[in-house]
Write a protein that binds this ligand. Structure first.
Ligand code: SAM
Length: 291
């Protein structure tokens, strides 16, 4: 139990020695078992500090008891989701890997020209606070415009972090986060909220849904028949065997002819008889063979 009222630690300085090596390993393993994410050595100090801070906030002095609270009690899932929001790396930005986005736009333009009545469905897996999913929406809108067609696409962005998904749903970003976008893109797809913030316009937001989803727990039936799955800077935190498992699930979620795009170099030892590597320089993408 936390300390009784009156015994609460009043803002103690975060002390990374609060966790012994054994206790730190328990947290490290829990994070990996539950999310697949392996903490890099360089982040150990940060993770220790965040756990110590959270313990202090809740009044826990004993690290073993706090661990048991998260692992075994009814309050555990709530506490875990708060910790998770703090421990995961959620760095992201608009059009993070431009060559991949150029390919998405061109691919959608080609499909829209050939078959404008067919909705193009995209899954942005591990989307953090939404910048990746909205970048894909802009790719799609531009693709349909290039083809001379009205928008006909939907995107689902998923992430294990509840905080990230809540931010993504709002679609509001500080102006500095969209500095790298061209003026025409900004003018076409963002509305000014105030001097510091801009929001993705409603017609685009209405095409993008966000869900909390743990890639280790996903059920294929929720995300099947996708035309395109985009997953970048997520697999790199996982062990190789887990990367292969997740990519196998992505394959099952694609339509025949659908496309998977991951970050270049994020998976080196995977192949499948149902997927062919797309020959475009600078990107790592696969197409599911037609049956
Ligand atoms: C570094 S961010 C990358 C965001 C975006 N894909 C990009 O490239 O900019 C990694 C994201 O993966 C999410 N993530 C990590 N493990 C996950 C899991 N098991 N299921 C779903 N999302 C996960 C994190 O919460 C984080 O938002």
């Amino acid at each position: 139990m936390p300390l009784a009222t009156g015994q609460l630690i009043q803002n103690p300085p975060p002390d990374q020695t609060i966790l012994s090596s054994r206790q730190y390993r328990l947290w490290e393993d829990m994070l990996e078992n539950r999310t697949g994410v392996r903490i890099k050595v360089q982040r150990e100090e940060y993770v220790r500090t965040e756990i110590a801070k959270r313990m202090a906030e809740c009044g826990w002095a004993d690290a073993d008891s706090y661990f048991r609270e998260v692992l075994e009690t009814l309050n555990g899932p709530r506490e875990w989701s708060i910790l998770l929001d703090r421990l995961l790396v959620k760095d992201t930005r608009f059009f993070r890997h431009q060559p991949s986005h150029d390919y998405v736009r061109d691919r959608i333009a080609t499909r829209a020209a050939a078959d404008p009545a067919q909705t193009f469905n995209i899954w942005s897996a591990g989307c953090a606070s939404g910048e990746e999913s909205y970048s894909l929406a802009l790719d799609a809108s531009e693709g349909f415009t290039m083809a001379g067609q009205a928008d006909n696409y939907y995107i689902v962005g998923t992430d294990v972090s509840g905080d990230a998904i809540a931010t993504a749903r709002k679609g509001i970003y500080s102006s500095s986060r969209i500095d790298n976008l061209s003026l025409p893109l900004k003018q076409k797809y963002f509305s000014v909220v105030n001097e510091q913030r801009q929001q993705i316009i409603k017609p685009v937001r209405q095409r993008v849904a966000f869900l909390i989803l743990n890639l280790l727990e996903q059920q294929e039936q929720y995300h099947h028949q996708m035309d395109l799955i985009f997953c970048q800077n997520v697999l790199i935190y996982f062990k190789q065997w887990r990367r292969r498992d997740i990519v196998n699930i992505f394959e099952a979620c694609l339509k025949p002819g659908g496309c998977l795009i991951i970050g270049p170099g994020e998976l080196t030892d995977w192949e499948s008889e149902n997927m062919t590597r797309i020959d475009r320089s600078g990107i790592q993408a696969y197409e599911k063979v037609m049956v």
